[in-house]
Write a protein that binds this ligand. Structure first.
Ligand code: F6R
Length: 241
């Protein structure tokens, strides 16, 4: 594991964008695993700048997002489909047909999750998977639990995640109670993993996940066993590590 302490959020975002940009330049047909949330917004802005300045070409890139709320249609403003279009897809030349986000609008969880897992497999797997980390150590929406989910699955969100994500909804009652997410096994199969975290609120979980024992009660801790992980955090998030 490479643990990089960036000066601040802007520096974290630029360094993380550089890693993703390097993958695209090395393989213009690469498969990106993407995340939503507040943490990667800055790095998506940087990738858009790289596209606008002619540094990056997304025309051959395929993407797979980690997760999506169950029950939100693709145009819902809090859906991850919408987030990705707003922060990246609509601003670069990626072919929309090559972008994938679990289909939260499909109420048939088993079918939606199986189809997603199969689409990743059929694409040849993910070259670089971007991850944020929840305050409880979740990656994707894999919440602390007694074991590590292997495949894309439907999860019940914990109260801590619902409360954390309610900042983006009009009220906590509007936050969906379930989500479809890549499993820990799906994530661990990515050839390279990039984790970003910023702010003092993430300091304790960064310490626990990357320097504590590996346990499904801190899902991100499994990343310590991945052969190619880069963790980029700002100084505040690194403060307890
Ligand atoms: C989002 C995702 C989540 C977030 C995590 C951190 O696709 O998979 O695991 O990465 O909840 O969210 P932020 O960045 O908003 O703190």
């Amino acid at each position: 594991m490479e643990f990089v302490v960036a000066k601040d959020y802007a520096d974290m975002s630029r360094q993380a964008a550089d890693l993703i940009a390097a993958c695209i330049k090395e393989n213009p047909n690469c498969k990106l695993g993407l995340a939503t949330g507040s943490t990667p917004e800055g790095l998506y802005d940087e990738l858009v700048v790289d596209f606008e300045t002619g540094e990056l070409d997304f025309s051959g890139v395929t993407s797979f997002n980690l997760d999506e709320y169950r029950g939100l249609d693709h145009d819902h403003e809090q859906s991850y489909h919408y987030f990705m279009r707003k922060h990246l897809f609509d601003a670069v030349n990626i072919d929309p047909a090559n972008t994938h986000v679990p289909d939260g609008s499909n109420p048939d969880a088993a079918t939606a999750c199986r189809a997603y897992e199969e689409a990743i497999r059929a694409a040849g797997g993910i070259d670089i998977q971007l991850l944020g980390i929840g305050h409880n150590g979740h990656i994707g929406f894999n919440e602390p639990a007694a074991d590590f989910p292997k495949y894309t699955n439907c999860v019940d969100l914990t109260e801590s995640t619902i409360n954390a994500n309610s900042r983006l909804f009009d009220s906590v009652e509007e936050v969906p109670l379930q989500a479809y997410t890549m499993g820990i096994g799906t994530i661990m199969k990515a050839r390279k993993i990039l984790v970003v975290a910023n702010g003092s609120g993430k300091a304790a979980i960064v310490r626990d996940a990357f320097f504590g024992p590996v346990t499904p009660f801190v899902p991100a801790s499994i990343l310590q066993f991945h052969p190619d992980v880069t963790v980029i955090v700002d100084e505040q998030a690194a403060a307890l590590s």
